[in-house]
Design a protein around this ligand. Structure first.
Ligand code: HEM
Length: 256
């Protein structure tokens, strides 16, 4: 690899261009609109990295490389935590001040975020409700269709277990198969982290526009968001737990 020394910080990161991309629409400009735009843009940048890392994770799962997949999951989980916690900066936006510039957003809504939907699809959502939400904004974008056509993370993880000659129940019954156990747990952690974003975002919405106000995207606002909280990327990883408490299959923890 060749390295070039004659590049500055600003050039390498395209800082000048980056800082020209915040374009408040309120007139006169509302002092809180910059924060509103930056939190969204920063989230979209992190979504870009998440999608990149999810692609890598898929390749590592397909290669049955559990340790490399685990490394991917550590990064994915760290980024998911960042995306969730940065929402708190918008908790400082009082409702009456948001009302002063909300009209300038028109029908723009986070519900139109293609990258967010791509992350949901890459992680494993395929149910009818999700597909209906996807089609709401016209034909499904190619970038998302490509992801829908590949297996879910859960399916890839199950394939990995099969390739290693084991099952989910056996992994949980026998913690000595540690890499697969920790990979399963890191997937659960991802689901929790993503769920935390959903919850914090829903609360943010209630805190700013209230529980009864419709969204700019035309949904029932926080009522719509509440419904999304129950979506699951890895239902099998949640189900396996109940089997140790006699509420699932007849399997006992020691039977595998
Ligand atoms: C003042 C702050 C915010 C308010 C009031 C707000 C409001 C809403 C509402 C009402 C919805 C439901 C769809 C609709 O009818 O518009 C929604 C969806 C969404 N918003 Fe926000 N939002 C805020 C901040 C953010 C931020 C910072 C992000 C970061 C990217 C974001 C991303 C999303 C996404 C991805 C959805 C789709 C969620 C889903 O369908 O599960 N929102 N938002």
């Amino acid at each position: 690899m060749s390295a070039s020394n004659d590049v500055t910080y600003g050039e390498y990161l395209a800082v000048e261009r980056l800082l020209q991309l915040q374009l408040p629409r309120s007139r006169p400009e509302h002092p809180d609109e910059l924060l509103f735009i930056v939190v969204h843009q920063a989230s979209e940048l992190w979504f870009k990295v998440l999608l990149h890392e999810l692609d890598l994770l898929v390749a590592r799962l397909e290669a049955s490389d559990a340790m490399a997949a685990l490394a991917s999951m550590r990064r994915i989980n760290a980024i998911t935590r960042i995306v969730a916690t940065q929402l708190s900066s918008l908790d400082t936006l009082p409702p009456q001040r948001f009302a002063e510039f909300r009209g300038y957003l028109g029908s723009a809504s986070g519900g139109q975020s293609v990258q967010f939907r791509a992350i949901e699809a890459a992680s494993g959502l395929r149910d009818d409700h999700f597909l209906a939400v996807l089609r709401e904004h016209g034909p499904i974008p190619d970038a998302i269709q490509r992801i829908l056509d590949r297996p879910t993370l859960q399916a890839l993880f199950m394939d990995l277990l099969a390739a290693r000659g084991t099952t989910l129940d056996a992994v949980y019954a026998n913690p000595s198969i540690t890499d697969l156990y920790f990979l399963a747990e890191s997937l659960i952690e991802y689901e929790q982290g993503f769920g935390l974003w959903r919850f914090l975002h829903m609360q943010l919405v209630e805190r700013i526009i209230g529980p009864m106000t419709s969204g700019t995207g035309g949904t029932l606002g926080s009522k719509y968001l509440q419904r999304t909280l129950s979506q699951r990327f890895f239902p099998k990883l949640w189900e396996v737990r109940s089997r140790f408490f006699g509420t699932g299959s007849a399997m006992s923890p020691n039977s595998a």
